[in-house]
Design a protein around this ligand. Structure first.
Ligand code: AMP
Ligand code: MG
Length: 438
């Protein structure tokens, strides 16, 4: 693996989040190159349109038809031949000789001085290329309309055939993470199913002697395992297959067994807990046997310790591919932040998505925020609006890495960059919205 996370320097120094991201992207690129070399054709499948949300389109979707299929009216109004607009008359008068409705093309044709009442979306009748919107006209008598010539030019208010999509051209390109609008677009082309990348199989596990499964009693010092549920929610937003490997005790044999099980079934393993200083030692040892994994101190808050790398394919695995491994920190907020910052993009990239970074925007912070330069911080916050309509943001209480409530109440992260120091009330800050992403 080039850029190996095992390089000793990474074990001792803090790594900039951008460099961590670059190393992860490089690692996923290597995995993709290996998969191509393996010539594994089990990569794509065809699914019905109503199952395709949040899947990744495998090939360019070529339009089998022109959309719209014919020139049609963009307005409710009157269709006519725009040549009459080139005369000197300030006012045009036209005789209404019929009506054209959407879905009912007009069979006849019209002559100079005539027009047809037309509805939005109705096919432009033969001989007509221009529509005057109804509200710009006056009615002279039952059968005649009039309008000022300078209100429009020939060809206006007409949608052209193929204006939206042209037959044979890509309407959605390969790698698109399919959104509701894409499903609508495919349907508008008459396409009932789509070739998509197969679902990634993602194994999750929680490690820690103190963790109890839901339904178990909490004895002294134990806590409920919440991370598997946050992770399941995060992964379900990406329409993946989740393999739940449960809670694993802090002993080398159980951990090794769990890693082997995940490596035998999954494309990706995401664990939480057990990577912080003092705990990571035996995890490191197991990883040296099972794969190539680096243990990192990342210059971020929350989410400082993190492991990532690959697990070698295990004997009996149906696919010869390596398993991408993320060892996230145990703190519940840190799990969500590191998922947002590193894992989500890696999963999308591994599955062929052409856009992996969530969008950022900005808002004005209502209160000062203390921050030391030299690490990237992700504070949980609520995006709102000031009385004069500007976007504002307010932190959701205590920002400790274990305080999940700060995350639950928030609708966005305030992201304070590596070099950034404290910010004053009224300063603009970067924000990333949760909805649809987390
Ligand atoms: P660790 O990274 O294992 O040192 O864990 C850091 C903190 O996160 C400790 O307080 C753990 O108890 C807590 N933690 C670890 N795993 C989980 C989990 N699955 N659910 C809730 N809290 C956890
Ligand atoms: Mg632990």
């Amino acid at each position: 693996m080039s850029n190996s996370p095992n390089q000793p320097i990474l074990l001792t120094s803090s790594l900039h989040v951008d460099d961590a991201r670059k190393a992860i992207t490089q690692l996923v690129n290597d995995l993709l190159a290996e998969a191509t070399a393996l010539n594994d054709s089990s990569d794509t499948e065809t699914v019905a349109l109503d199952q395709a949300i949040n899947r990744i389109l495998a090939v360019d979707l070529l339009s089998p038809i022109d959309v719209p299929a014919a020139d049609n009216s963009a307005m409710d109004g009157f269709a006519f031949n725009g040549q009459c607009l080139n005369t000197k008359d300030a006012t045009i008068e036209l005789r209404v000789v019929g009506t054209v409705l959407a879905g009912k093309p007009y069979e006849g044709s019209i002559s100079a001085g005539e027009c047809l009442r037309i509805m939005t979306g109705a096919v432009m009748p033969a001989g007509c290329d221009t529509v005057i919107p109804q509200e710009l006209t006056t009615t002279k008598d039952e059968l005649t309309i009039a309008f000022k010539q300078d209100q429009l030019k020939p060809g206006e208010n007409r949608r052209l055939r193929g204006e939206d999509l042209q037959k044979g051209k890509p309407s959605i390109v390969a790698g698109r993470l399919l959104r509701p609008s894409d499903l609508g677009l495919a349907a508008s082309l008459g396409i009932a199913s789509l070739p998509v990348k197969r679902k990634l199989k993602v194994a999750i596990l929680s490690s820690g002697d103190e963790l109890r499964a839901l339904g178990q009693a909490l004895d002294a010092g134990s806590i409920y395992d919440s991370n598997r549920y946050s992770l399941t929610g995060l992964l379900n937003r990406l329409n993946l297959d989740i393999i739940d490997c449960g809670i694993v005790r802090d002993d080398p044999a159980s951990l090794k067994q769990a890693f082997i099980e995940a490596a035998s079934k999954a494309d990706v393993l995401i664990s939480s807990g057990g990577v912080s200083v003092g705990e990571a030692d035996f995890t490191k040892q197991i990883m040296q046997e099972l794969g190539d994994v680096g243990f990192w101190k990342i210059a971020m808050r929350p989410g400082r310790p993190m492991a990532f790398g690959v697990l070698k394919p295990v004997a009996g695995k149906s696919s010869p591919r390596k398993t991408l491994f993320f060892g996230l920190p145990g703190n519940p907020v840190a799990v969500m932040v590191t998922f947002y910052q590193f894992v989500r993009a890696a999963l999308l990239q591994l599955n062929g998505a052409n856009q992996t970074e969530p969008p950022l925007t900005q808002a004005i912070t209502e209160a000062p925020i203390r921050k030391k330069p030299g690490r990237t911080e992700f504070q949980r916050a609520i995006l709102g609006r000031s009385s004069d309509g500007k976007p504002t943001v307010r932190l959701t209480g205590s920002q400790g890495a274990g305080i999940l409530r700060s995350m639950s109440e928030a609708n966005c992260f305030v992201i304070l960059g590596h070099e950034q120091g404290s910010v004053a009330a009224g300063d603009w800050v970067d924000i990333a919205l949760f909805d649809g992403l987390l």
